[in-house]
Each structure stands twice: as C-alpha cells, then as structure tokens.
Design a protein around this ligand. Structure first.
Ligand SMILES: [Zn+2]
Ligand SMILES: [Zn+2]
Length: 308
C-alpha cells in the first residue's frame, strides 16, 4: 500500500524564491492529508500535481508561515464545488483564531469545515489502518506535532507449512490468516500460530512543525521511518534557535538518533541560508547514522515497509 510524502514548502518563517513556507502533503491509498498550509500552498499542490482531495488538515501552530495558505486553499476548493467535509486539527485554544482564517473576510466555505482541537497524546484522527497522534512541542505559540502511525499488519502466512499440515487451499487459509483455528476432515485442529508469523510493524512518519528539541518527539512513535524535524538553523546560530524556539540541524539529528528514526528530513530552513545550506547536512551527519536530507520543494518520498 503506497505511502507517499510530498514536500510542498520547506522554508522557515520567510519564504525565498526557491522555498515556500511550510506544507507537507501525504497520500496513503487514495486518502490525502495535509500538514500545515503556509502561504502559497494551493499553488504548490498544483505545481506538484498532488490533487486537492484533502480530507484532513493538521495544523501545528498558528504562525503565519504555517496557516496563511488556508483561506486561499479553501476558496479554491469552494470554487471547485467541493462538497466533501474538511477536518482541521489544531492545538487547544486556537479554535477562534482558526475560524477567522477559515471564514476570512466573511467568506464562509460552501462545504462543511470541522475544527478539532488537540493536545499532547490525543489521537487527532483515526482511520482504518492508522492513526494520527498529536504530541507536545516547545515553541513560542500554542503548538503540537503530529505522528502518522500505521497499525501492525498481520504476520506472514506460511502456505508451504499449511499445506504440509494438510490444510486444503481455500477458505481455511484465510480463516487461519485472520486468526481463527480450523478443523481438518480427519479431525485435526490447526491453530493460526502454526502457520502465521509474528505481526509486522506498520510505517510511521513524525512531523514536528516548529519546536525546540523535545522528548515527546522521541516517544510518540517507535523507530519512525521518517522524522521531519525543525532545523531552522545550523550551529552558527544555535543561540538564535534557543531564543526563537526552533532547533538546529544537529539537535534535530540528536532527536532522530534517540528516536531510532530511519530517515531525517531537515525542514523550515531560515532564509539566512538561502543558497548555502551545506552545514546543516554536515552537522546532522556528525550525530545521526541514518539517512539525512534537506528536501527541496516538490521532493517526493515513498515510505516502504520496514520489513520490505
Ligand atoms: Zn514556522
Ligand atoms: Zn512558528
């Protein structure tokens, strides 16, 4: 089942000619999720051909570079005769401000928009095979991060073993795989654990939004396949990162290391580094053994199963 991330905007608070403000698009089996919607997000959706069928928007905090794209995006959805509801998840205490953005200039969207306030540990959204959890971040605004965490998948079904045990190919196979014991014609009972392996972990993506390093980021998901972390600054401005409630690339890498992340995407680059971002990668690689990268707007990433 494909799980794809598209980086719509990777800039910090001020966009550059190369980078849009924050926006992360995630597509999973026909379902489309958006994490933050900085100014210009709708044009990024068009440029990168993702489509507009977003059902859930997860807002990390209400700084302009994460939400000013909402009014334009909703207006275009309305122009396109959207009828499907949109859920917007956002930190506790932001409903009133968010509503004023949703109904900007008195324009109410023609489709239902539901605002869901969330805090640390809440399941913001529960889908069939995964959930999106909110977790605490440390920023100079009411803020949360989000983790998309898939459920464990069934263990592998050992066909050869089942046939050896005399199970006839057919419905008994699916029963066993679904966890039920089956009785054979000669009266033998075959149990699922004889032919089905251990449950296999699903995939997970953690997105911090703007934050200082926090332990909640480490704890929200077990060894995430992808951690998308605030890396606004490099070491040269570590004091600035602390003061403005952001992280350095090195700090992001330390969190990735402790979380056991597979890959680390460094996000929210300060416009001070436009055109010379080498230090971020170098410094992150000094502490993190996994794959580190600095996504450009439009970069796409397929997340494969850990056991694939
Ligand atoms: Zn920001
Ligand atoms: Zn911010």
């Amino acid at each position: 089942m494909p799980l794809r991330v598209t980086f719509l905007g990777t800039a910090g608070a001020i966009p550059t000619t190369e980078r849009n403000p924050s926006g992360i698009f995630v597509a999973r089996e026909g379902e489309q999720l958006l994490f933050d919607a900085g100014e210009g997000t709708q044009r990024q959706l068009m440029r990168f051909g993702t489509g507009f069928s977003i059902s859930q928007l997860f807002v990390t905090h209400l700084h302009g570079d994460h939400v000013l794209g909402i009014p334009g995006l909703l207006q275009t959805m309305a122009f396109n005769d959207r009828e499907e509801p949109l859920a917007i998840h956002a930190p506790h205490g932001t409903r009133r401000q968010l509503k004023s953005l949703v109904n900007a200039l008195g324009n109410r969207p023609s489709f239902p928009v539901r605002i869901n306030e969330v805090g640390d540990g809440d399941v913001a959204y529960r889908a069939d095979e995964y959930e999106v959890r909110a977790f605490e971040t440390d920023h100079d605004a009411r803020s949360v991060g989000y983790a998309l965490v898939e459920d464990d998948r069934k263990g592998r079904f050992d066909r050869d073993r089942a046939e050896e045990l005399g199970v006839p190919v057919g419905p008994k196979f699916s029963k066993l795989h679904a966890g039920e014991s089956v009785e054979l014609e000669d009266g033998t009972v075959v149990d699922p654990d004889q032919v089905v392996g251990e449950p296999r972990p699903g995939r997970s993506i953690v997105y911090t939004g703007d934050t200082r390093p926090t332990t909640a980021t480490i704890e929200v998901a077990d060894e995430p396949d992808l951690l998308i972390h605030d890396a606004t600054f490099a070491d040269d401005r570590a004091d600035r990162a602390a003061k403005t409630a952001h992280s350095t690339a090195r700090q992001a890498a330390e969190i990735a290391n402790r979380a056991g992340a597979d890959r680390l995407a460094l996000m929210h680059l300060s416009s001070r580094y436009a055109g010379h971002v080498g230090d971020h990668l170098e410094q992150a690689r000094e502490v993190f053994d996994g794959e580190v990268f600095l996504p450009e707007d439009g970069d796409e990433l397929e997340i494969s199963y850990p056991d694939a």
